[in-house]
Every structure is written in C-alpha cells, then in structure tokens.
Design a protein around this ligand. Structure first.
Ligand SMILES: *Cc1c(COP(=O)(O)O)cnc(C)c1O
Length: 396
C-alpha cells in the first residue's frame, strides 16, 4: 500500500479516537524513526515517554525474541519465572514490597484505586472511600481513571461517572488539607504532571502531601506512569523528594514499547489484595516481563540515569537560550528529560513545522511543547533538535 492508501484505510477502518498526523511510521532505531516514504525523523516524543532506551533497543529486542521462543504466555494460576524476577528487581529498587502486573497505565491506576478502597474498607473507619486527585491531572481512560483525571474535557459525555472522587488544585497544600474530609481514603497524584503541561510542583510539595496523608491516616498513591523508569533522572521521581508513597503505578517506559503496567505497594497495603480480588489475563505475561527485565537491567547498569540528568540539564539550558530570542517562549520547565516549553501562542504550527523538518515532539494543553526523548540521546541530538526548533520558530 502507498502512504496515501494506508492513511485512507486507517481512516476507513480504525475508530476515530485520535486526530492523527498524516504520517505512517514504519521503522525505528535508537533516537530515530522512519516513515513509509523513507523520511527520517529525530524522535523527541518517543511514543510519549515510552521508548526511553531508544527504538528497537538491542537488549530489549533480544530479550523479547528469546522469550518468544521459550514461553510466550501462561496463566497467572502458575508461577511465572520472569515475573518473579522483575517483581524482585522493582521491589528491591523502590519503596515497595509487592508488585501487581497489568498492561497499561490506566490499568495500573485502576488497580491502585481498587487497592486503596479495599484497604480502606479493611483498615479505616467506615465511610472512607473517596479519592482526592489533582485538577489538570491525567490518570487514564477507563471509567474510574478518567474520573480520577481532573480535567472535564476527558470526562465529557461519559457520565454518570463513578462516585467517590474529588479534585484540588495541584501544588496547593492548603486546598488539599481542606479537601481531605472524613470520607477520603487516599490522595492520588503525579510527581510531575505530564499531560497537564509538564508541571513541576514546588520544592517540598510532595513532602507536604505525605504529611497530610500521615496526619489523616490515609494512603498516598503516586502515579509514576510517565515520570517513572528514569525519566526525571532518578529511577522513580519520588526519590528526589525523599518521601515514599504507599502505592505507585508504572507503565509507559517499563517495557520500552512492549505493553506492560505495574502497581507497586508496601506489604501492609498490598495485603488487602487477596486471591480473587483482582486479576489480569495478560498481566505479568512472560514476554512483557522479559522486556521489563531488559529495561531494568539497562537502566540500572548502563549509565542511562546519569545520561538523562546530564542531557536534561543541557537540553533545558539550550531551550532557555531560546527565551531571549523569542518573546513567545514563556517558560522552560521540567526535570531530567521530561521537558515542557510553555508558549504564549498555540503550539500546533510549531509541532507541524518541526515534523516537516524531521523533528518529532508534541504539544499538550494547546501551548506547551512537550519533549520526552529517549534517555540515551546525545548532545549532538539535542543540538540538532534545538536547531530545527529555532529555525521553525524564526519562520513563524
Ligand atoms: C500515559 C499516562 C497514563 C495512562 O497510561 P495508558 O497506558 O495510556 O493507560 C496514566 N497516568 C499518567 C501520568 C500517564 O502519563
């Protein structure tokens, strides 16, 4: 099929849940992808923070290939070796003691919500079931997670939404404290808001959230679906704050492109999920676990986190440089290689211009350019990307 035919059939046969760019990506290697016409792009979106170790990462691809030839799927009614090993690695490298595996970020958050409610039923005073999340947040598209998502644009038309959720402004401890009433069992938030415009909370915010949760005897659920797995320069974003959540969710980069999600918790909290209380046919599947193991091994042993920190600082510095040149650049923010550039104008034309010149990123909230490149990028890649961006902005 020609590119035109592919796009025609895409619109003909695939439900219209995305407003797609008229490009078909067919191959990837490292920080680059190629489209069906052979055009090469520098990929600073990386599947939206998924392909953190680069496209077709050799370790991850080999691990998936080997596992596919050994054992692709068995039921969770049996013990699964790569699942045992990945759970051990995640637990040993985080606050958590136990892991539940699923297939996506929304599923991981759905599991976290279920666990918080079950734990509350068993350990808190009666009537504590509500979960307070943040305005402008993003937690997924299932009914419960889109209800936890504090943005009406995602919820519109899907009512009645499940009961038991409430929202407060992000980075506002006073509002949170007031919102934690007698019926609240947990606070749920992202360490840095991703879809909400790459919003980094103030110094001390997470510590403050933890204190409120401790004072009221409720759970802290941290959604690290986007910030986790090295994105911010630490394996998990909470590490930089020194506070530990009770429940944490992961997905996106955990499989470097192979679908996998995880919900992690302390022993005390995890004990509320007993046989029959939650499950997933594919969750913890050997193939997904092989991918996750290769990702963890590469992240921990190949200097990826150091590179993320160094390149993140360099990238932000280069982007800051654009602020002097273009009055439309309001703010450069982020941590590690999760970076947002807030503009005073709509960002879609800039994203389009960059794509035409071979640079992929996206725009969130209408005016925030979002860069979540592979964590293995070099200074040369960053220079190349900033050159393209600069040229596009100059031609605006
Ligand atoms: C992407 C994302 C999700 C949803 O993940 P899916 O795999 O698309 O279900 C949830 N939370 C955050 C913070 C995300 O960035």
């Amino acid at each position: 099929m020609t590119t035109q035919e592919l796009i025609y059939n895409s619109n003909r046969y695939i439900m219209g849940t995305y407003s797609r760019v008229p490009v078909v990506l067919v191959r990837g290697e490292g920080v680059h992808v190629w489209d069906s016409d052979g055009k090469k792009y520098l990929d600073f979106l990386a599947g939206i923070a998924v392909c953190a170790l680069g496209h077709s990462n050799p370790q991850v691809s080999a691990a998936i290939g080997n596992q596919a030839e050994t054992l692709m799927h068995v039921s969770n009614i049996y013990h699964i070796e790569p699942q045992i090993r990945l759970a051990g690695l995640l637990a040993e490298n985080s606050f958590a003691d136990k892991v539940f595996f699923c297939n996506s970020g929304a599923e991981a958050n759905e599991a976290a919500i279920k666990l918080a409610r079950k734990y509350a039923h068993e350990h808190m005073e009666r009537g504590r079931y509500r979960i307070v999340s943040m305005k402008n947040s993003f937690h997924g598209r299932t009914l419960a997670t889109l209800t936890a998502t504090g943005q009406e644009r995602f919820q519109k038309g899907f009512d009645p939404l499940p009961a038991g959720f409430g929202y407060v402004p992000f980075d506002d401890l006073l509002s949170l404290e007031r919102a934690v009433t007698e019926d609240v069992c947990a606070v749920m938030l992202e360490a840095i808001q991703g879809e909400g415009g790459v919003r980094v909370p103030s110094e001390g915010y997470l510590e403050g959230v933890r204190k409120i949760c401790d004072d009221k005897g409720i759970l802290l659920i941290l959604d690290e679906v986007q910030t986790g797995m090295g994105r911010t320069g630490d394996l998990f974003a909470y590490e930089a704050s020194g506070v530990k959540p009770d429940i944490m969710t992961l997905a996106k980069a955990l499989g470097n492109g192979f679908p996998v999600g995880a919900m992690l918790a302390t022993d005390t909290v995890a004990a509320s999920l007993t046989p029959g209380s939650h499950a997933s046919t594919f969750g913890g599947n050997p193939l997904a676990m092989a991918a996750g193991l290769a990702v963890m091994d590469t992240l921990l042993n190949r200097g990826v986190l150091d590179n993320c920190r160094e390149m993140g600082a360099y990238f932000r510095e280069r982007l800051e440089g654009l602020k002097g040149e273009f009055a439309t650049v309001r703010e450069v923010r982020g941590k590690g290689l999760m970076i947002g550039v807030e503009l005073s104008i709509e960002g879609t034309d800039i994203v389009k211009g960059c794509m035409e010149r071979g640079l992929l990123m996206n725009c969130t909230c209408g005016n925030v350019l979002r860069f979540v490149p592979p964590l293995i990028i070099t200074k040369g890649d960053i220079d190349h990307a900033v050159d393209i961006l600069e040229e596009v902005m100059r031609n605006q």
